[in-house]
Design a binder for this molecule. Sequence first.
Ligand SMILES: Nc1ncnc2c1ncn2[C@@H]1O[C@H](COP(=O)(O)OP(=O)(O)OP(=O)(O)O)[C@@H](O)[C@H]1O
Ligand SMILES: [Mg+2]
Length: 267
Amino acid sequence: MSGLGPREASRSDAAPPVTANGLVMAFGGIKAVNGMSLTLRRGELLGLIGPNGAGKTTLFNVIAGALKPTAGTVCISGIDVSGHGPETRISHGLGRTFQIPKPFAQMTVLENVLTGAQNQAGERLFSNFLRPGLVAAQEKASIEKARALLDFVTLSALENEPARVLSGGQRKLLELARILMADPTVILLDEPAAGVNPALLEFIITRIVELNQQGKSILVIEHNMDMVTRLCSRVVVMAAGSLLTEGTPDEVTRNPAVIEAYLGDQP
Ligand SMILES: Nc1ncnc2c1ncn2[C@@H]1O[C@H](COP(=O)(O)OP(=O)(O)OP(=O)(O)O)[C@@H](O)[C@H]1O
Ligand SMILES: [Mg+2]
């Protein structure tokens, strides 16, 4: 599948967790991403803002390997993964959540988290027959880890419920637990607090801060500027597929070009 070596063997700790260079993503005649470059620094909690349709989610899709860009490159921790798909990028430490989470509705909450586990021996053909002990031990460890992550996102009480019973905010938390199963060093969060109630918003903020304090580098798309201001010391602003400006939350919100880009978004 991947020609790249294991994450630990090949990663350069000095390199930025994400470097995106000259990315273009065209859908027919529309360039949803149009020459966008961005660097997420190690240990950083970087904000990505911009009006609706600016290309933020499309940029995430290109960085995560879900979309193959028309032009440009993506490096994860110094490794050029441009020619590789999402699985390789996950194996190099990248985790991403979706703007609209779509859990496996009929599977339980715990089973959904377990789908985030990487490199399970049981997934390989015949392992169940040849090395049943290894598979059983891995499954036990994975279940323990999934339970700890459900505890981290306060969904433990719901572990045996089907995911369809979860609220929108709980689905966002479930997704966070699922990507944490793969021990990402770099996390892309697409509007983690959109549509959640104020209490849950506060909880999500504390968890994002905690993950960052654990050493994870985080790029977060968010429209809630109060949240961005509390979380991020640096913010990148996209408009019409390109970089408009970057700076502190205070700098970018005072920038007339940013205000104009948002006003142009009004109906
Ligand atoms: N698969 C696709 N096919 C065609 N056009 C697309 C596709 N995905 C996105 N677009 C278009 O690309 C542009 C950027 O969309 P994108 O979802 O990346 O914006 P966004 O910045 O995430 O917006 P929002 O803040 O509303 O989530 C939009 O005009 C959108 O309609
Ligand atoms: Mg979006």
